[in-house]
Design a protein around this ligand. Structure first.
Ligand code: AMP
Length: 490
């Protein structure tokens, strides 16, 4: 599917006609790859692809400043496939299919999506790609690894489990990709990353992608990248101009009703609602379901199978609302999401940028609606400071909460059981009774200038509230500062 507009190409858009847009066959990519791109409906490379593909093909290390949604996955995987074609073979012998490229991602969902992309781009070649992540049975992964695979996509914890079980040998890895490196550090993966880097051959090509470049990220980059080329396509700490941001002032106790109201008033389909807590996400999702809204929650306490099922249902239109924590939502490849809702304002202002970037993705535009109560003043101030923009809270039109929750249920912090009677008569409303949308939003335009802007470095990121889904609970997260700089040189 083609969801990136070719005119988003940063370096051509200002001075050249569309005829001058770069083309995939300018890069010397082999016919099976070009065929796969045509199957996908991609017509032109995105800015990150136009910059990264030739450099990666030269064998250079890369430090890429790009968020998910810019097309960075193809930016690194197309040249990797091209370079590995020299080794492609149809032999049944596992020894003829060693792991030659390793892609690490912080979350299971992102790993799965990157693997889907790599499989799609390499489908007309004999190269094999597989994905391993935690939370699911190891046996099928072990079987795939034993059969031999050239491109392995993995989350760090499960990768090390396979190494420990001796089902995986990384001694022939020529190319190492670290995707969403900032999130890897946020999630406490640094010790695992360093163990993995130690298992790789010293002679290899390294590609690192990160949405933000804190001093910690730069230090990590310095520890394993060799003379990297810096590729930047979009500033990270800027909100997309084409994302309409509205902050609604509501009572804390009325936030769940407010979400229902927004969904109905605006007839929103395909929305991610962000919650700061796993319990909050579950409760909101249950409440939405009770109100007849097709919703599901994804967060770190859900099994991998549940998370994948929810994501699949959302992508295929079986669900209208995905309620997610930041960690679970990170890297989800859902194209052209028209709206995100912040049920909670995030504790970390950078997460606001990541969240609303879900809707301004791939150069498209969208609406970012946030619920704000008096206790959120600090959080809103932090966001305004980061995005250098005022977000004055406004009342939520036509909103009348159906009575506040009794018994001191303060949003997600209480631990009360769910009782359908506690919502009075709200359960009898059905989606078909939606009020007409009272405040039409501005017409969307195809190309978002944010997508074309140069990267601007961000402030350091604070640790996140939720631990990585993949992180084994028994293992303490080591302090970043102590580990950074102690890592081996590539
Ligand atoms: P990514 O940033 O790699 O997660 O990609 C974001 C989305 O853009 C994915 O849905 C890709 O399938 C899509 N995409 C990547 N490259 C292109 C392209 N050159 N043209 C159109 N869509 C693309």
């Amino acid at each position: 599917m083609s969801d990136i507009n070719p005119s988003q190409n940063a370096h051509e858009a200002t001075s050249a006609t569309p005829a001058a847009l770069p083309r995939f066959d300018d890069f010397g990519l082999a016919p099976p790859i070009l065929k796969a791109l045509a199957d996908q409906g991609y017509q032109h490379p995105t800015p990150i692809q136009a910059k990264a593909i030739p450099i990666v093909l030269q064998g250079r290390d890369v430090m890429g400043a790009a968020q998910t949604g810019t097309g960075k996955t193809a930016g690194f995987s197309l040249p990797i496939i091209q370079m590995l074609l020299a080794h492609a073979n149809t032999s049944a012998s596992p020894a003829r299919h060693p792991v030659r490229a390793l892609v690490l991602t912080p979350t299971r969902e992102l790993a799965d999506q990157v693997a889907d992309n790599v499989k799609a781009y390499s489908r007309h070649t004999p190269l094999r790609a597989t994905v391993v992540f935690g939370g699911v049975d190891m046996a099928p992964q072990t079987a795939a690894l034993r059969a031999g695979v050239e491109i392995l996509i993995a989350t760090p914890g499960r990768l090390l489990d396979h190494v420990q079980q001796k089902t995986l040998n990384l001694s022939q890895t020529q190319i190492f990709v670290m995707d969403e490196a900032d999130r890897m550090l946020d999630m406490g993966f640094l010790p695992d990353l360093q163990r993995i880097i130690n298992l790789l051959p010293k002679q290899r090509q390294n590609l690192m992608f990160s949405a933000t470049f804190s001093p910690e990220i730069k230090k990590l980059a310095g520890s394993f990248l060799k003379d990297p080329v810096l590729i930047e396509v979009a500033r990270s700490n800027a909100t997309a101009e084409r994302v309409t941001q509205i902050v609604y002032k509501v009572d804390e106790e009325a936030k769940r009703d407010a979400v229902v109201h927004l969904l109905r008033q605006r007839e929103i389909k395909q929305v991610i609602v962000f919650s700061n807590t796993k319990i909050g996400a579950s409760r909101l999702s249950r409440e939405l379901e009770r109100q007849g809204i097709r919703a599901s929650a994804i967060h770190g306490d859900k099994t991998q199978i549940e998370r994948m099922a929810a994501l699949d249902a959302f992508k295929t239109g079986g669900l209208d609302v995905l309620v997610a924590t930041d960690v679970a939502a990170r890297g989800l490849d859902i194209a052209e999401l028209p709206c995100v809702i912040n049920y909670d304002l995030p504790y970390n202002a950078e997460d606001y940028v990541h969240r609303i970037g879900r809707t301004g993705r791939a150069g498209a535009s969208g609406d970012a609606l946030s619920l704000y109560s008096d206790k959120d003043a600090r959080l809103l101030a932090d966001i305004e400071k980061l995005i250098k923009q005022k977000l004055a809270p406004v009342p939520l039109e036509d909103f009348q909460p159906r009575g506040l929750r009794s018994g001191g249920d303060r949003g997600d912090r209480g631990d009360r059981g769910d009782r359908s009677d506690r919502y009075g008569d709200r359960g009898d409303r059905r989606p078909s009774e939606r009020a007409p949308r009272s405040a039409p939003l501005p017409r969307r335009e195809k190309v978002d200038p944010w997508f074309l802007k140069p990267y601007e470095p961000s402030a350091p990121v604070e640790p996140k509230a939720e631990q990585p889904a993949d992180q084994r609970s028994a293992k303490p997260v080591q302090k970043r500062a102590a580990l950074l700089g102690g890592g081996p040189k590539g």
